[in-house]
Design a protein around this ligand. Structure first.
Ligand code: ZN
Ligand code: ZN
Length: 236
């Protein structure tokens, strides 16, 4: 059992190409990004493996309104009963089918996206339903975590990250790390992305946890590659 002064531990649950995270501390656990539709069984299994009971989850935080991050939000809520939190701009983004699944980071992701866009008119639209709106620099201690939100627009409007008291940063799709820490392929606003990246650097996180690919040390923020470099992982 964690003691109140122990730093939060971060458990990654990979569902397809998306990373979901359990941020666990003595005060409870925050599920960051429940993942694409159908992820709930993987979340439940990952939580069990990490020793997190459904009742330990105090909040489901969606980093942004893209389907690969929020699609299982309703099912995750049915599993644990926690409120779903996101930025006020996230639900609107999720109501636009083309925005809901932006150009993908990988070949397989692109194939999934095209299949989705072809089938989308036949599928029921499941927009993000949010119970708790969070914006920049909000204290998460009400949900048991010593940490704050940080607004990181650029990949998508209304993108939220978390920085814990220990300096772990969960940044959604602000960055990806398939081969090297990179800019994502898809940017809704290049200038906003640059400002968010500089803001994250100024916070000097010890470790950065991304929505796609491997976590990396904060020092690597000094050299972020353009999005095309991430394709190295499947050509090498
Ligand atoms: Zn995204
Ligand atoms: Zn994503």
């Amino acid at each position: 059992m964690a003691t109140p002064d122990e730093p939060a531990t971060i458990h990654r649950i990979r569902v397809g190409e998306t990373n979901c995270y359990l941020v666990r501390s003595a005060g409870g656990t925050i599920l960051v990004d429940p993942g694409p539709p159908g992820s709930a069984p993987a979340i439940a299994a990952g939580a069990a493996a990490a020793g997190v009971a459904p009742g330990d989850v105090r909040l489901i935080l969606v980093t942004h309104g893209h389907l690969d991050h929020y699609g299982a939000a309703g099912d995750a809520q049915a599993w644990c009963g926690a409120s779903i939190a996101a930025h006020p701009l996230a639900p609107g983004l999720s109501r636009d089918r083309r925005n809901a699944l932006p150009p993908a980071q990988t070949l397989r992701g692109s194939l999934v996206r095209w299949a989705y866009l072809l089938l989308a008119p036949l599928l029921p639209l499941r927009p993000l339903e949010v119970g708790v709106f969070l914006e920049d620099d909000e204290d998460l201690s009400a949900y048991g975590l010593k940490g704050r939100t940080v607004e990181l627009p650029g990949h998508a409007p209304g993108s939220l990250g978390i920085v814990t008291a220990r300096g772990d940063a969960l940044v959604g799709d602000l960055l990806v790390n398939y081969a090297v820490p990179s800019q994502p392929l898809y940017l809704s606003d290049r200038d906003a992305w640059q400002a968010s990246y500089e803001r994250l650097r100024s916070l000097e996180p010890r470790r950065v946890y991304v929505g796609h690919g491997e976590p990396f040390a904060g020092q690597a923020l000094a050299r972020i590659y353009p999005g095309r470099y991430q394709f190295r992982w499947w050509v090498r």
